[in-house]
Design a protein around this ligand. Structure first.
Ligand code: NDP
Length: 449
């Protein structure tokens, strides 16, 4: 019998052959396969049914032209996508990203990860992801609206409340969801839960904007508790300044921690005294209303701004990467560990490279991978779907308790499958196996399809 590293190399060779050049997708699959192949080595039922091979091939990948007009009347063309990865345990569910770096590879990695993440929430949601290589920066409100309408005109053929329910992601917030929902409604004459992250006035759930960032802090909190530690008094380094980062920062402050940094693609700000709730509100306004740059914070409040670089060399107790994929490389992971960082909770998707993750695992710090740490967002989207289907809306206290319970349960599932003995939990292994089992068992029940 081949050993597990030979198994992994052979498996990855097949993935690379089927999806040439899709490096982000290969990375996400490798991270999962490294723990799932040993897990299924003595479980022939999964191997004979080729479950992992099937789980690494999307059900379908749709790509389409998005034609729109800018304010000057020029015709512009972008490429839109929806990757419907796996609907074994529920309708496809996952965000839409508008960013110039969007490719099929990026969306396949995100859709693959989403399948495991959604399974971890224990809610009935399959995995999908979509987006376009459209750059919202510098576009007028009218241009954003026209792009969203053109994008939804095509996407509407493939989505629906029991088929595929997209949400927001990088570059897609409440404003864009509103434009897309409006267009879907206009085209289909249906008012239903086709999107989540909607405004409160038209079927959105309370707590959805906060859920991803808050959830990542709840995961951090549960991990620290296993070591008898609290967030209170800890110094946190956070990247990003969008939806996930600002709400993670907010919850850290609520819990008595100090937030030292936030960032955007221009660089990071370092506020030695800690970003206060008032200053955080200023950042939210800067980003959501004025669409400004994080650098302006440094001028406004006299903090440091470090251009063109990331915050991982700032000494801290805990780190929350909340911007984008591969934003912590091996050297940056090593710097975090060297400077005393005891826990990393990933708000962004796949923010750490494989070599960076290996550094966390070797140092045995507390490390919550994105599919576990940022699952609170999609979990609350699942709750929005339930509210829409039942034509009701739950109160904030109910939703808050549900979110806290879901994150506790995800933490517990990671511990169940990732406990290595001697007080060490490999949360990545735990999340991969716990997420895999439910989807795999559903696929077995369906036979060879
Ligand atoms: P936003 O668009 O609200 O914010 C993204 C932030 O990350 C911005 O500050 C942006 O800076 C920065 N950023 C994006 N790309 C890059 C880059 N290539 N280099 C440096 N900085 C970058 O997105 P979200 O907060 O919604 O998403 C952040 C991460 O969280 C993503 O990985 C997303 O997939 C993940 N996530 C989001 C969920 C949600 O509910 N929204 C749910 C689960 C995961 P700038 O403005 O300069 O581009």
């Amino acid at each position: 019998m081949a050993n597990s590293s030979e198994d992994l190399n052979g498996f990855m060779e097949g993935v690379r052959k089927r999806s040439p050049g899709e490096t982000e997708f290969h990375q996400a699959v490798q991270e999962v396969a490294a723990t799932i192949l040993p897990y299924i080595a003595d479980k022939p039922v999964y191997k004979e049914a080729m479950i992992l091979e099937r789980m690494t091939e999307p059900d379908r990948t749709i790509s389409f032209r998005v034609t729109w007009q800018d304010d000057a009347g020029n015709v512009r063309v972008n490429r839109g996508y929806r990757v419907q990865f796996n609907n074994s345990i529920g309708p496809y569910k996952g965000g839409i990203r508008f960013h110039p770096s969007v490719t099929q590879s990026v969306l396949k990695f995100l859709g693959f990860e989403q399948t495991f993440k959604n399974s971890l929430t224990q809610l009935p949601m399959g995995g999908g992801k979509g987006g376009a290589d459209f750059n919202p920066k510098g576009k007028s409100e009218a241009e954003i609206m026209r792009f969203c309408q053109a994008f939804m005109t095509e996407l509407s053929k493939y989505v629906g409340p029991d088929i595929d329910v997209p949400a927001g992601d990088i570059g897609v917030g409440g404003r864009e969801i509103g434009f897309m929902f409006g267009q879907y409604k206009r085209m289909t004459n249906r008012f239903n839960g086709v999107l989540t992250g909607k405004g409160r006035e038209f079927g959105g759930s309370l707590l959805r904007p906060e859920a991803t960032g808050y959830g990542a802090v709840y995961m951090l909190e549960d991990m620290l508790h296993t070591k008898g530690n609290e967030i209170d008094g800890k110094r946190a380094v956070i990247s990003g300044s969008g939806n996930v980062a600002t709400h993670a920062a907010e919850k850290i402050i609520h819990r008595g921690g100090t937030v030292l940094t936030l960032s955007d693609s221009g660089g990071f700000i370092y506020d030695k005294d800690g970003i206060t709730l008032e200053r955080l509100q200023w950042i939210k306004d800067l980003k959501e209303k004025r669409r400004g740059r994080i650098e302006e914070y440094a001028t406004e409040f006299g903090a440091e701004f470090h251009a063109g670089t990331r915050p991982w060399n700032i000494p801290c107790d805990v780190a929350l990467p909340c911007a984008t994929q591969n934003e912590i490389n091996a050297d940056e992971a090593a710097a975090l560990i060297k400077n005393g960082c005891m826990a990393v909770s990933e708000g962004a998707n796949m923010p750490t490279t494989i070599d960076g993750i290996n550094n966390y695992l070797e140092a045995k710090i507390l490390y919550a991978p994105s599919k576990a740490a940022n699952a609170g967002g999609v979990a609350t989207s699942g709750l929005e779907m339930s509210q829409n289907a039942a034509h009701i809306s739950w109160k904030e206290e109910e939703l808050s308790k549900l979110l806290r319970d879901i994150m506790h349960n995800i933490h517990a599932a990671c511990v169940e499958y990732g406990d290595q003995g001697g007080g060490y939990v490999d949360y990545m292994k735990g999340a991969n196996i716990a997420g895999f089992r439910k989807v795999a068992d559903a696929m077995l029940a369906f036979g060879a399809i």
